[in-house]
Write a protein that binds this ligand. Structure first.
Ligand code: G4P
Length: 294
């Protein structure tokens, strides 16, 4: 899965999302709990406008719970309802209906005032590639496989999937682009696996995560790589990982790229525990932790 967005792609994506938005009562903005702002589309507020919105912090199973709480509070302060979920196991997903009902209360009340029958709340999922949109759609549609089918009066190609008695979900998600022009955002996305490995510099990404972990999760590094103390800097840490994992080129020289790739695989498969690579405070710092020296 590649993140390659060009102006033409962005305009098209935006148009497609805007068209779908007309059909929707509540927008579900899906973010990666480990890097919520970095996995967010930079124009999302403009695109979604006043439409009721719910943020789901997906992959919460892989994120640091305390940091996820900080993010929930962060978005609450912005006036956006936020829920951590795990689309694969379904954890947290059962709260979705209730929250959507609250968010669609205006629409439901207006219909009731006009004597119209209550109808299902129409929702769509919006997010950047790899954030878990398909997984969530699969998870939600499993609860009730009945599809309402095409609705020519509403739109030709869209399929609506019933989720319980209250929600109807658009079966194709809205795909938007990330803030890829920001270097730190790129590093966090690459660390999470959102960017195809062929396109990333393993060493640069691993060094970012290593310095972040040396600051926030030193114990995890010590335990995982069986060290008495942390090496003096991130490069020495990567070297240590290479040595421990046998990433040697010749005459004892460390293969940094191999060590970096191995480290990132361990991170992404959860072997280093639940790691968040972004905190609200990172956006307040002039020199965020892990920023490469350039
Ligand atoms: P997308 O439609 O937004 O592009 O994302 P998709 O559902 O395809 O999910 C991307 C990857 O993230 C998948 O891994 C999926 O299993 C994983 N994923 C989705 N939700 C969760 C979650 O809540 N927790 C965890 N731990 N993983 C989740 P994949 O198929 O292995 O793809 P990849 O890792 O090879 O890219």
């Amino acid at each position: 899965m590649t993140i390659q967005w060009f102006p033409g792609h962005m305009a098209k994506a935006r148009r497609q999302v805007t068209e779908k938005l007309n059909l929707i009562d509540v927008v579900i903005e899906l973010l990666d709990a480990r890097l919520p702002l970095s996995s967010r589309n930079p124009m999302i507020d403009e695109i979604v406008g006043d439409k009721p919105r719910l943020i789901l912090l997906n992959k919460a199973d892989m994120a640091d719970e305390k940091v996820t709480d900080e993010w929930t509070a962060y978005f609450r302060n912005l006036g956006i309802r936020t829920l951590p979920i795990d689309a694969l196991s379904g954890k947290g997903v059962n709260k979705l209906t209730e929250l959507c009902r609250e968010l669609a209360a205006d629409m439901l009340n207006k219909r009731a005032e006009r004597g119209m029958q209550a109808r299902a709340i129409r929702i769509m999922i919006l997010g950047i590639p790899n954030v878990g949109k398909s997984s969530l759609i699969n998870r939600l549609s499993k609860r009730s496989v009945a599809q309402t089918g095409d609705r020519p009066a509403v739109t030709k190609a869209q399929q609506w999937v019933k989720v319980g008695d209250t929600l109807e979900l658009l079966d194709t998600p809205g795909i938007l682009w990330p803030k890829f022009e920001d270097q730190m955002v790129g590093l966090r996305l690459a660390a999470s696996g959102a960017i195809k490995d062929e396109l990333i510099d393993f060493t640069e990404v691993a060094l970012f995560v290593i310095s972040y972990m040396m600051h926030y999760y030193p114990q995890r590094l010590l335990e995982r790589y069986k060290l008495q103390e942390l090496p003096e800097d991130k490069v020495a840490m990567l070297e240590e990982i290479g040595r421990k994992r046998g990433c040697i080129i010749s005459r004892g020289e460390i293969d940094y790229d191999k060590a970096a790739e191995l480290f990132l695989r361990e991170l992404r498969s959860g072997k280093l525990g639940r790691v968040s690579v972004e905190r609200p405070i990172d956006w307040e710092m002039e020199e965020p932790i892990g920023k490469p020296l350039m």
